[in-house]
Design a protein. Structure first.
Length: 224
């Protein structure tokens, strides 16, 4: 259960949306776009007492054969080549996540959302519904609520808010669940400070447009 803040709870537009907090872990091969190898999402929605979790989704994804899992990546995330050996292809995983989006409207929520937006855009043919959803960036929202902080990275916010650090930091679901807690605090404390009373205030402060789905043969416009 997550308290959204009293003023936001009465905004009809805010209340009718489902908020899908999402995170990817990915490889960054030199000279190539990032390659996702794990995704996690947690859907929450407004209830009479705040935000309530609806469902979770998480899965590993197999990288292309010519993209190795580096020792540095494994040390940071705990994800190894062996763990990815039998993972499904990204297009299968993203299609499965896309199939969960059955009750629009949605807002995606991510910490440094341009990263997630780029990875989703790379898989947009397999997740057209997901790729069409606007985003809220908790980094941008945090800059509004906590302008005094020298950094708004996730670890810094966790310490500032005295949240319990995730046991498996840099695993997608662990990062999603702590981002849900950060989002909850941003909603409540930002509302109390008068930064937002409605969803359009959140969009103005931390919103990013969806990249959408490119038509066949059409170049995708770069928004980020």
């Amino acid at each position: 259960m997550y308290n959204a803040g009293p003023s936001l709870e009465v905004d009809a537009d805010f209340a009718r949306h489902t908020y899908l907090v999402i995170d990817f872990e990915g490889l960054t091969p030199k000279g190539r776009s990032p390659v996702p190898v794990e995704v996690a999402a947690c859907a929450v929605r407004v209830a009479s007492s705040g935000l309530v979790e609806l469902w979770r989704f998480d899965s590993l994804m197999a990288p292309p054969e010519d993209v190795p899992v580096t020792s540095r990546f494994s040390a940071q995330t705990g994800i190894t080549t062996a763990m990815l050996a039998n993972a499904a292809a990204p297009e299968q995983v993203m299609a499965a996540l896309d199939a969960r989006l059955t009750a629009p409207p949605y807002r995606l929520v991510a910490h440094h959302a341009p990263t997630e937006a780029g990875l989703i855009a790379g898989q947009r043919r397999h997740c057209p519904a997901l790729a069409a959803v606007p985003l809220l960036d908790t980094v941008r929202l945090a800059r509004v609520v906590y302008p005094e902080l020298s950094s708004h990275r996730l670890d810094h916010l966790v310490r500032h808010l005295r949240l319990t650090p995730p046991v498996r930091r840099h695993r997608a679901m662990s990062d999603v669940l702590v981002t849900v807690q950060v989002f909850q605090r941003l909603l409540a404390e930002g509302a109390l400070a008068g930064h937002w009373k409605a969803l359009h205030d959140l969009d103005r402060s931390g919103g990013l447009a969806a990249r959408g789905v490119a038509a066949p043969g059409e170049a995708q416009t770069r928004l980020f």
